[in-house]
Design a protein around this ligand. Structure first.
Ligand code: ATP
Ligand code: MG
Length: 454
C-alpha cells in the first residue's frame, strides 16, 4: 500500500517528462479492436504497414474505456504530415499553425496528427511563444511519443491504443485515474492553466461528461486563475462553450462553472440571472431540455441555446427602456443589440447564430398578439418553431401566462375554421389607433420617426 503510494507520488513528480510508459494489455483494460471504427483501424494499419508508429489517441480511447460512444477518432503518429499524405490516396493536409492530415475512409474522416514536441523553456530551441500571462501562442514542433503525451492536458487524455496488439500505452497513469474516477492534470496544473486557460473549462466539461472528480491539485487553482479566461480569443471561447453546452451535461457543466467561479469570463451575467428565481428556473429548464435532446440524439440549435442563456439579461435591459415610455418593439431591438454586443466582447457568437437569437427573441412579443391576421403572420415566420419552443419554456418557468402558450399550441394544431374561431377580439381602441395611424402623415421634410410602431 505504502509502496504503491510512494511510487504514485514519484511517478507524479516526473509526470511531465516520463519516458517509460506502462503497456497495458487488453485483459486489463478490456478495450477491443472491434470497438474502433473501421476507417480508423484501416488508417492506423496502413501507417504501421508503412513502418510508422500509429495509435488511436485522446478522447476516443478515454470515452470507450469509460463506456461512452466517442464523437470521433483521432490518430497520432511519428510520420510527418507529408509522409502521412503519401500513405493515403484520399487525404489532405490542413491547418496552418500546426498541420494535420484528414484521411478519408469511406464516409469517415480521420484526423491524423504527428506527435508534438515540448514547448517549455527547458528545451532550448523549441521555445514556445507566450503572451504576457504565459499563454502559449505558438506550439508547432514535432516530437517523440513521450513528449506528445506530456503536452496533452489530462492523464485520461494521454492514452495511446494500438488496435493491432490491443494494448494501451499509458505514460501518465491515465487508465488507473479513469478507473478511480479522477481527472488529473499532467504536470503542474497552474503552469498548464497559464499556458492555456481553456483547460479550466475542459476540466469542468470532461469531469461532468465522464462523471469524474477533478483532482484537488487541478481544482484548487481554478478559482484564483479564472480571470485568465479573459485573455482567450472570443472565438475559441465560443467553440469551447458550445462543446460544453452540447455535451449532454450542460446543466451540470454550467452549475459547475459557477461553483468554480469560471462563469464570469464566458457568460458574465450568468450569476445575476441565476440569482433571480425566474431566471434560474428558466436557464435550468432550458439546459435540461438541451441535455434531453442530446441524449435522444436530436440536433441542438446553438442559436436557441444562447437565446435562452441570455434571455433574462435581455429582459433586464429591455424593461427599463419600456418603463421610460419607449415603444416596446423598437426598444426590444435596441436591447438585443446591447446584450449581444456586450456578450461579443467575451464570446464571439457568430453572425449567423446572432441572427437566429434575434429571430427567436423578436418573435416573443408577437405571440401576445392573438387577434386579426397577426397570428397567421407569426406562423409563417421561418423561425416560428424555435420561437414557439422558446415561448413554451417561458411559460413553464412561470414568466409568461400559460394561457398564451396553450393558445398557440391549439392554434398550431387546429384546422382553418377552428383557427378563425380562436382569434381574440381586437383590443379596445386598436381599430381607432390604426385609423389614426393611417391618417397621420409626417409633415413635409421631417425625418421618419424611428420609434414608430411597425
Ligand atoms: P471531446 O472530443 O469529447 O470534446 P477530447 O478530449 O477528445 O474531448 P479534443 O478537443 O477532441 O477533445 O482533443 C483531442 C485531444 O487533444 C485531447 O484528448 C487531448 O489529449 C488533447 N487536447 C485537446 N485540447 C487540449 C488542450 N487545450 N491542452 C492540451 N491537450 C489538449
Ligand atoms: Mg475529441
Amino acid at each position: 500500500m505504502i509502496r504503491k503510494f510512494i511510487s504514485r507520488v514519484l511517478g507524479r513528480k516526473s509526470s511531465g517528462n516520463r519516458s517509460e510508459p506502462a503497456i497495458i494489455a487488453v485483459a486489463q483494460h478490456g478495450l477491443q479492436r472491434d470497438q474502433i471504427s473501421r476507417g480508423c483501424r484501416q488508417t492506423v494499419e496502413a501507417l504501421q504497414e508503412n513502418g510508422f508508429l500509429a495509435y488511436i489517441v485522446g478522447g476516443a480511447v478515454r470515452d470507450l474505456l469509460a463506456g461512452l460512444t466517442p464523437k470521433d477518432f483521432d490518430v497520432a503518429t511519428n510520420a510527418t504530415p507529408e509522409q502521412v499524405r503519401r500513405c493515403f490516396r484520399r487525404s489532405r493536409i490542413i491547418g496552418r499553425r500546426f498541420q494535420i492530415v484528414h484521411v478519408h475512409m469511406g464516409s469517415e474522416t480521420i484526423e491524423v496528427t504527428t506527435f508534438r514536441g515540448h514547448h517549455n523553456e527547458e528545451h532550448a530551441g523549441n521555445k514556445a511563444h507566450t503572451d504576457a500571462q504565459g499563454r502559449v501562442l505558438r506550439d508547432n514542433v514535432f516530437g517523440s511519443q513521450a513528449e506528445d503525451a506530456a503536452r496533452r492536458d489530462f492523464t485520461v487524455n494521454a492514452l495511446y491504443y494500438d488496435p493491432t496488439s490491443e494494448a494501451i500505452i499509458d505514460y501518465h497513469h491515465g487508465v488507473a485515474d479513469l478507473q478511480q474516477k479522477t481527472l488529473r492534470m499532467i504536470g503542474d496544473p497552474k503552469t498548464r492553466y497559464r499556458e492555456d486557460p481553456v483547460r479550466m473549462l475542459r476540466a469542468v466539461r470532461l469531469a461532468a461528461k465522464l462523471g469524474l472528480a477533478i483532482d484537488p491539485a487541478a481544482r484548487r487553482p481554478i478559482r484564483e486563475m479564472a480571470d485568465l479566461i479573459e485573455n482567450v480569443p472570443p472565438s475559441r471561447l465560443f467553440d469551447e462553450m458550445l462543446k460544453l453546452l452540447t455535451s449532454g451535461h450542460a446543466l451540470r457543466c454550467v452549475t459547475r462553472l459557477r461553483e468554480e467561479g469560471l462563469h464570469n469570463g464566458v457568460l458574465p451575467l450568468l450569476d445575476v440571472i441565476l440569482e433571480q428565481p425566474l431566471g434560474e428556473r428558466f436557464v435550468k429548464l432550458a439546459l435540461e431540455a438541451t441535455d434531453r435532446r442530446v441524449d435522444q440524439g436530436k440536433p441542438i440549435s446553438p442559436g436557441f441555446l444562447f437565446a435562452t442563456l441570455l434571455w433574462h439579461q435581455l429582459l433586464a435591459t429591455w424593461e427599463p427602456l419600456t418603463r421610460r415610455g419607449e415603444p416596446a418593439i423598437p426598444s426590444l431591438f435596441v436591447a438585443m443589440d446591447e446584450v449581444l454586443n456586450v456578450q461579443a466582447e467575451k464570446l464571439a457568437i457568430t453572425r449567423r447564430i446572432a441572427g437566429d437569437i434575434k429571430d427567436i427573441w423578436g418573435l416573443q412579443p408577437r405571440f401576445e398578439q392573438r387577434s386579426g391576421k397577426r397570428p397567421y403572420g407569426v406562423l409563417q415566420q421561418p423561425r416560428f418553431k424555435a420561437g414557439y419552443d422558446f415561448l413554451l419554456l417561458r411559460a413553464e418557468s412561470g414568466e409568461v401566462d400559460p394561457t398564451i402558450s396553450v393558445w398557440w399550441t391549439d392554434f398550431l394544431h387546429a384546422g382553418d375554421e377552428a383557427r378563425a374561431a380562436m382569434l381574440l377580439p381586437a383590443p379596445a381602441g386598436a381599430a381607432a389607433k390604426k385609423r389614426r395611424r393611417r391618417r397621420r402623415r409626417p409633415p413635409e421634410g421631417s425625418a421618419p420617426n424611428p420609434s414608430a410602431p411597425e
